[in-house]
Design a protein around this ligand. Structure first.
Ligand code: CDP
Length: 220
């Protein structure tokens, strides 16, 4: 059991989970877990090794041997800086394919739980509130319209110097959402007791403030 407060922020592709989580964590001085990065790292390794993404045993072996290093906002895999490489949408798509495997999810479980360190954790993903941190003191399900999510993702990728086509992106986002919501292992659904936050018409700061307000209601 955790003794530290965990705030779980789950939601679909490009709903703003990452930016909201780091904003909330910064205000509270908490650690952050970007659980999607672990699925992306597994997918990236699998793509590099030309592994079959549908081969559960093979992908599980890759997930188990993953030794990512998170340092100063960067992510290293075998000393290679993969921070930007794992953000490509093809890695996101591959991540959603390998994320359907139950054994892959189980092998990333402990790695994720280990992020719950004092003084607290903000964890973002798809199943933070439902599976990985069911004891989270605050569970938020962050949504936004498909249009605003596609626009946000284009902007994000552009900032990283990755060019993308809006039509392709909308298609990929839809494909990923559908797979994430319909898989049998830890599908994307609001966790029991999750508060739904639609950020379509909110700025990033307003969204962060809402999460902080809810947290303060729980920990005045
Ligand atoms: O940032 P974005 O919403 O594009 O995705 P992400 O959070 O980086 O996650 C990439 C993929 O990993 C998702 O589409 C999910 O299929 C999978 N994932 C998951 O299954 N469970 C999590 N807790 C986090 C991500």
């Amino acid at each position: 059991m955790n003794t530290v407060d965990v705030i779980a922020i789950d939601g679909p592709v490009a709903s703003g989970k990452g930016s909201v989580s780091s904003g909330v964590a910064k205000k509270l001085g908490f650690h952050v877990l970007d659980s999607g990065s672990l699925y992306r790292l597994t997918a990236y390794s699998a793509l590099t090794q030309k592994a079959d993404l549908d081969d559960e045993a093979e992908i599980t072996r890759i997930a188990q041997s993953l030794k990512p290093v998170f340092k100063d906002g960067k992510i290293f895999l075998n000393e290679e800086d993969v921070t930007d490489a794992i953000r490509h949408e093809e890695v996101g798509l591959a991540a959603s394919r390998i994320a359907v495997h139950t054994a892959v999810r189980s092998s990333l479980f402990e790695l994720q739980r280990n992020f719950a360190q004092a003084p607290g954790l903000v964890a973002d993903g798809r199943d933070m509130g439902s599976v990985v941190f069911p004891e989270a003191v605050l569970k938020v399900f962050l949504t936004a319209s498909a249009q605003s999510r596609a626009e946000r993702r284009i902007k994000q990728l552009k900032e990283k110097g990755i060019s993308s086509n809006i039509d392709d992106l909308v298609r990929q986002i839809k494909e990923r959402d559908e797979r994430d919501m319909n898989r049998s292992a830890a599908p994307l659904v609001p966790a029991d007791g999750a508060r739904i936050l639609d950020s379509s018409d909110l700025t990033l700061d307003e969204t962060i403030s809402q999460v902080l307000e809810w947290y303060r209601e729980i920990r005045p």
